[in-house]
Design a protein around this ligand. Structure first.
Ligand code: NJP
Length: 236
């Protein structure tokens, strides 16, 4: 149990596997209640978490998720749902563009937008709220084959920063979590592949998010950047 997280209610998107599922497990173990969403949640169970079907690109699906989260008294949202696709610029199709941008940028916008009235009402009642956006270490730098993915993560970072500016007016603390390579199912890969043995574990990123969520209300963690030690040192 973690005194700061005991009794908190946290909504997590992209919660069916990878970083999101590790986060759901860490949050519930710390005593928080979790409203967890993803498209494929059949059979996914964690005690203390409610799994709901959620497609972050679909407005009606997002609205239903946000209503359930607000009714549960959510005080923090973690926008973690995301997809990756890597190819040269000339191979980026309009369909791939929409899949990646709609999930990573529009999805973050839709879910956040749907919960802002609830967070503003909490502020009016003297209660705080937090949004943590899981972007990427490449939300501020790019590389060959990274045009589409990094464009989406630069965009998600811009949304994060603008929200932080706006949210300050209603007591919203906003954090960007930027991780390097993590051993998940990301970009069509499998967890546990041998070449990923020394990458970050999903639990490492979950711990970083837990830290941002558990600091005292006077503290705002603006950004966390973490890499596996096998990854080349890179800023910003
Ligand atoms: O990937 P993965 P990660 N609506 O594939 C969900 C970022 N990141 O955990 O819908 C709702 O294991 C999907 O669920 P489902 C990355 O950009 C990663 O690594 O059932 N949910 C699943 O639960 C992303 O933002 C690395 O298919 C949707 C989850 O998202 C975040 O970390 C490096 C959805 C993806 O799980 C988590 O990714 C980095 C939708 N439309 C940043 N579409 C890395 N792994 O190396 C997908 O810099 N999901």
């Amino acid at each position: 149990m973690n005194a700061e997280l005991q009794g908190r209610v946290v909504a997590v998107t992209g919660a069916s596997k990878g970083i999101g599922l590790a986060l759901v497990r860490a949050l519930t173990a710390a005593g928080a209640q979790v409203i967890a969403g993803a498209r494929s949640v059949a059979g996914v169970q964690v005690q203390g978490a409610t799994f709901l079907s959620l497609d972050v690109t679909d407005e009606a699906s997002v609205q239903a998720f946000a209503e359930r989260a607000a009714a549960a008294g959510v005080d923090a949202l973690v926008n973690n749902a995301g997809v990756g696709a890597f190819m040269p610029v000339q191979d980026i199709t309009p369909d791939e563009y929409h899949r990646v941008m709609d999930t990573n940028v529009k999805g973050t916008l839709l879910v956040t937008r749907a919960l802002i009235p609830h967070f503003q009402a909490r502020h009016a009642a003297g209660q705080g709220a937090q949004v943590v956006n899981v972007t990427s270490d490449v939300s501020a730098r790019t590389f060959a084959n990274g045009a589409l993915y990094t464009a989406s993560k630069y965009g998600q970072r811009a949304v994060t920063h603008a929200l932080a500016h706006e949210g300050q007016g209603y007591g919203l603390r906003v954090t960007e979590v930027r991780s390097g390579m993590v051993d998940t199912y990301f970009a069509g890969s499998q967890q546990g592949e041998s070449h990923k043995a020394d990458w970050l574990k999903p639990e490492d990123v979950a711990d970083a998010i837990l830290y941002a969520l558990s600091v005292p209300a006077r503290v705002r963690i603006d950004e966390i950047l973490l890499h596996p030690t096998v990854q080349e040192v890179a800023y910003p």
